[in-house]
Design a protein around this ligand. Sequence first.
Ligand code: DGY
Length: 324
Amino acid sequence: MTNLKKMTVAASGKLRQVAYDILNENTKLLSWQQGGRVPAEQFDAWLAEAEGLYSIGNIKVDEALLAKAPKLKVIAQASVGYDNIDIAACTARGIAVGNTPGVLVDAVADLAYGLILDSARSIARGWQHVESGKWGEHKGLGFGVDLAGKILGIVGLGDIGSAVVPRAQASKMQVVYHNRHQRADEAELGVRYASFDELLQTSDFVLVTVNLSPATAGMFNSEAFTKMKPTARFVNISRGQVVDTMALHDALRDGQIAYAAIDVVEPEPLPGDHPLLTLPNITVTPHIAASTVETRDAMAKLAAANILAGLAGEPLPAQVKPKD
Ligand code: DGY
């Protein structure tokens, strides 16, 4: 039986306590619990010894990093998205990669629904209005729009998109979706398939929940925004790189679409002087969709379980398949 206690695990940032406790008890853990990024030199020294890598945030796990970590057997990304990891390079080296699907679905769906509501009702803008002493000056804030009777178009109807559906239906919205393949359970979910163009042209709210891949990078470009209704609201909780940021800026500035409420953006973090932040018709949250106490703990536990399984040479509880 493998003695995990002798096996080294490096973490690229501060671990949540639950993951720290599991990994510290069962492995030789090297982690940076004071917060922030591990200094580069220190991290390189850890990588040289590491059999497991607990990857937090968007550190680039590419050929250059893997070359510094010749003993790696397993990488656990503490998020569902793993676009920061070169899966083909890991596969070629026999390194298993795990992520954290499932456990964050409700938290992310809640924030997506919250951003849909915000884009319709100016919740964040309303607060800014009051905070700056403008209560009573109705000019500038304007009226919102109802969700009831409106069409929500979901681009990328996977687990998270599917969890948004009943939330939207509770607000009496109709839901259409676009995926590469039509879903067999459409009727059960109460959704209708639409081509990408039809979805853009007919939706009152467009929600993006696709994975970032070569096929989806930049799919929301100026051509896509031109096809949307001038009253449309655009919501993104997937990855910023799915959107051409300046095309979104121009579409909002020129009234091609009415509002955007986004939790992800390219670049992250968004600099305080970015042109997007000069617009009156956008809400940006700082990539917090999965950031609840319960969900972050569940993600950390799953990532730790992925590490332990990988070190023991077993299939990971949530293993990324090379073709994904
Ligand atoms: C994920 O898990 O990929 C989320 O974006 C993290 O916040």
